[in-house]
Ligand binder design. Structure first.
Ligand code: C5J
Length: 226
């Protein structure tokens, strides 16, 4: 399959490609969660949910592999270095009681993936203690065992966990594409800068494309299969 993308068309085989959905968890996306409590406008993140849902649905119909990640720490915070915990907003740190349970702690209500993107059986769900999806998760080994060589990224936030994960993947040899309208930041200028820098210099980290390009390619394949 090939889709129009920047800086040039992106080629991939469905059987060797996974859709990676980064941290679409309630605490970041929903009103009343951690993100909003810190003063962020979560409506920016909520705005991408329909596009993410559309891609996820089409990707599932096509039979592609799906990875969901959550930024999540063990309840005893043994996987949260003080260097991470002690930065951020001192009034609400990782592990503190927040409006939807303990902040970024596995199993808490706010740590769950939003209902619109609930993982289905057979999809990989990765709890990651870092910003990147590859640090201390075994994700690389899982993808290698499944023969995955190409990754399509969606999720939040663009300049933090999405960008970090895409860079980690690029360094491990994956061809990566970011779906531009399926990722967002609390800071729109950070998203814009991230999208620009990822695809700069001939695709130094990877490719970017609107989800409509992917959907059109998937629809074409579905039509050929009929
Ligand atoms: C993510 C964050 N998921 N912004 N986390 O980007 O701290």
């Amino acid at each position: 399959m090939q889709i129009p993308a920047q800086p040039f068309p992106f080629d991939f085989e469905l059987a060797h490609t996974a859709l990676v959905i980064i941290d679409m968890q309630r605490d970041f996306v929903e009103p009343g969660g951690f993100g909003e409590t810190l003063g962020n406008d979560v409506s920016l993140l909520q705005a991408i949910v329909p596009a993410c849902q559309g891609v996820l649905q089409a990707w599932r119909v096509a039979g592609g592999a799906v990875v969901h990640t959550r930024e999540a720490h063990a309840p005893d915070l043994s996987d949260c270095p003080p260097a991470k915990r002690l930065r951020g907003n001192p009034s609400l740190r990782i592990g503190d009681a927040g409006p939807m349970g303990r902040i970024l702690v596995a199993g808490e209500p706010g740590n769950q993936i939003i209902a619109a993107l609930t993982p289905e059986p057979g999809e990989w769900v990765i709890d990651k203690p870092g910003k990147g999806a590859f640090y201390a998760t075994g994700l690389h080994e899982t993808l290698q065992a499944a023969g995955i060589t190409h990754l399509l990224f969606m999720g939040v936030t663009t300049e933090v966990c999405v960008q970090t994960s895409m860079r980690e993947a690029n360094d491990r040899g994956y061809d990566c594409l970011l779906l531009e309208d399926c990722t967002e930041s609390y800071f729109p200028h950070f998203k814009a800068a991230t999208v620009d820098m990822l695809r700069a210099q001939g695709g130094i980290v990877g490719w970017t494309a609107p989800s409509s390009s992917l959907l059109a390619a998937l629809a074409k394949v579905a039509h050929q299969d009929c």
